[in-house]
Ligand binder design. Structure first.
Ligand code: GLA
Length: 343
């Protein structure tokens, strides 16, 4: 059998601040992380060129995807839908074999699905810029899951910079890397409950934010004083989260620039309260985990990260704190997705 000729690696991501604002054109502060998805790729030489075969070390069943890809709904095993949707978006017609290994926890809020999408696109030969790669994978996520996700995950994964948090303006997709100050560590800790209900709840939150925009205009230009024009209390709360979160991101950029991690941690804590009470995407297990993390000496702040409804909390920690006292994964800000041609 022919040897593998290409290796691709796509990291996961953790978001430090700016939650549920990307699909409203807000700014976010994620970083690509040192855990991710690797695919070793062998291009077909046996004449069977219209099937993509993928095997994954974290899935029991392989994916055998017939090209060209049409509808991915109902495709089995379920994980193959992410890969198939990417191949469909790329109009891939040449088959290949891929061996997938992943160091990312699946379904934990660290973007394992976006990481897989970006890795599959590069394995299939995507050859364009990082923003187009992110947009293609975002379309694939919509196609595979029906969840109308924003662009943050895919863009953080394609555009990561070692040592930096990314300030991404999700309105114009510009990216400014900001150095994470020395002496600071980032942890992701799983709350023990995998993300649940995320599809329909996510779409509901988006609709509620759009309802707020129908009354007060784009939330990225709104102020907290505009909220009094919204009569529905649920819609008002959703908008209050979004407007206050956009303010927190602006304040957090100042905190990173001045190295004020105490301030950054306070903003993370405030974000969790806002996600819990106004946006209602937390669950008791995440609330308890965040409370525990905040009591660990040397933790600046903690909050749920990603869409919510389970998965991980993220904590900003003084590097002198022992990893065991915080738990989970100590993550470092890493480079974005890469292609390595094997000898
Ligand atoms: C998920 C989505 C992102 C973003 C976050 C919430 O991770 O994929 O686009 O909306 O939720 O901030």
């Amino acid at each position: 059998m022919a040897a593998f000729t290409r290796r691709v690696f796509a990291p996961g991501r953790v978001n430090l601040l700016g939650e549920h604002v990307d699909y409203l054109g807000g700014s976010v502060l994620p970083m690509a992380v040192n855990l991710g998805t690797t695919i070793d790729v062998r291009y077909r030489t046996d004449g069977v060129s219209d099937v993509v075969h993928l095997r994954s070390d974290v899935e029991s069943d392989p994916a055998n995807i017939q090209l060209p890809v049409g509808n991915t709904a109902g495709m089995l095993p379920p994980w193959s839908r992410y890969a198939a949707a990417v191949l469909g978006e790329l109009n891939t017609t040449a088959g290949f074999d891929g061996e997938i290994t992943t160091t990312l926890p699946v379904g934990a809020g660290l973007s394992s699905s976006a990481s897989l999408e970006v890795a599959v696109a590069l394995a299939a030969g995507f050859d364009g810029d990082r923003s187009d790669l992110a947009k293609l994978c975002q379309r694939a996520e919509h196609r595979a899951t029906g969840v109308p996700c924003g662009i943050m995950d895919q863009l953080a994964i394609t555009s990561g910079v070692a040592g930096s948090v990314l300030l991404i303006d999700c309105n114009d997709l510009s990216i400014k890397p900001l150095d994470l100050p020395d002496g600071v560590a980032v942890h992701a800790v799983h709350c023990g409950v995998d993300r649940r209900l995320v599809g329909s709840e996510y779409a509901d939150r988006r609709r509620e934010c759009e309802a707020a925009e129908a009354t007060i205009g784009p939330l990225r230009e709104a102020r907290l004083s505009d909220l009094s024009q919204i009569s529905d209390p649920t819609i008002r709360s959703r908008a209050r989260h979004v407007i206050s979160e956009m303010e927190r991101v602006r304040a957090a950029v100042g905190a990173i620039e001045t190295g004020d991690m105490t301030r950054f941690g306070q903003l993370m804590n405030e974000c969790h309260v806002s996600l819990r009470d106004d946006f209602e995407v937390s669950i008791p297990e995440l609330d308890q985990l965040v409370d525990r993390l905040r009591r660990v000496p040397g933790v600046y702040g903690a909050r749920l990260t990603g869409a919510g409804f389970g998965g991980c909390a993220v904590a900003l920690v003084d590097q002198s704190v022992s990893p065991e006292s915080v738990g989970g994964w100590r993550l470092s800000p890493s480079a974005g997705a890469q292609v390595i041609d094997l000898p």
